[in-house]
Design a protein around this ligand. Structure first.
Ligand code: PEP
Length: 250
């Protein structure tokens, strides 16, 4: 368990438009009165300027969905951590399973991305999680520990500044959710790994992600080591997202 309030992060993935974002953000902002958790939205990089304009001074932080492993230079199409900082980005998701799967990101690449974010004063949200085949083969614990170990190894001195998101790959966008007990047992493993790496492991929020929605959020968030959520699909619907923020505010 962390000392912090719960952290709820929307991952918009490759969705949105100027018009749709404006109305989603205004609906979210106007529903925040009944919430006390920490909130952020991770938007496509092109919309960070819009998020900054619309959210400056609000309780909603904004973040990116990825960051380059490189500082600057001949890396066509990439976005650096310093560029993200120019737009006052608080968080950057790194190692999302869609990046690992479709863009070949290895544990080492993810560790370097976390390092770049931290060096720019941005909190990396480090995603770890097993595939269905890995779970069925009894490898869940080994896989998430290997993924987190790479990030700890590269960032040992400031590891208490990261956020971790446990996202079982089989639960992302599938409508299948880890049970609260399944989530808690993996979160406890990750917490113990962080405790072995830093005396300040209690500062690290460990989020659950994978088909979290308005109906299942409360029971997941009630687990002692579930410190919040990383929410894809349900973060695009203001009423659903707001109801999850309320569940995280109890
Ligand atoms: C995600 O993309 O991080 C995610 C958890 O997606 P969804 O909530 O749609 O499963």
């Amino acid at each position: 368990m962390t000392m912090n309030s719960k952290l709820m992060v929307g991952n918009w993935k490759m969705n949105g438009s100027l018009a749709a974002n404006a109305s989603l953000l205004s609906e979210i902002s106007s529903g925040l009165r009944e919430t006390s958790c920490r909130v952020a939205v991770c938007v496509p990089a092109l919309y960070l300027a819009q998020a900054q304009n619309l959210l400056a001074g609000s309780l909603v932080a904004w973040g990116a969905q990825d960051v380059s492993t490189h500082e600057s230079g001949a890396y066509t199409g990439e976005v650096s951590a310093n560029m993200l900082r120019d737009f006052a980005v608080r968080y950057a998701i790194v190692g999302h399973s869609e990046r690992r799967q479709y863009h070949g990101e290895t544990d080492d690449v993810v560790a370097t991305k976390a390092q770049r974010a931290l060096a720019a004063g941005i909190t990396p949200i480090v995603c770890v999680g097993e595939s269905l085949a890995e779970r069925e083969a009894g490898q869940t614990e080994a896989v998430v520990k290997r993924q987190l170990a790479a990030v700890i190894h590269a960032n040992g001195h400031c590891i208490s500044e990261i956020v971790v998101a446990y996202e079982p790959v089989w639960a992302i966008g599938t409508g299948l959710t880890a049970s609260p007990e399944q989530a808690q047992s993996v979160h406890a493993v990750l917490r113990a790994q962080l405790q072995a790496a830093t005396a300040q492991a209690d500062r690290v929020s460990i989020l659950y992600g994978g088909s979290m929605n308005a109906a299942n959020a409360a029971s997941l968030l009630a687990q002692p080591d579930v410190d919040g959520g990383l929410i894809g699909g349900a973060s695009l619907k203001a009423p659903d997202f707001l109801s999850m923020l309320k569940a995280a505010s109890r």
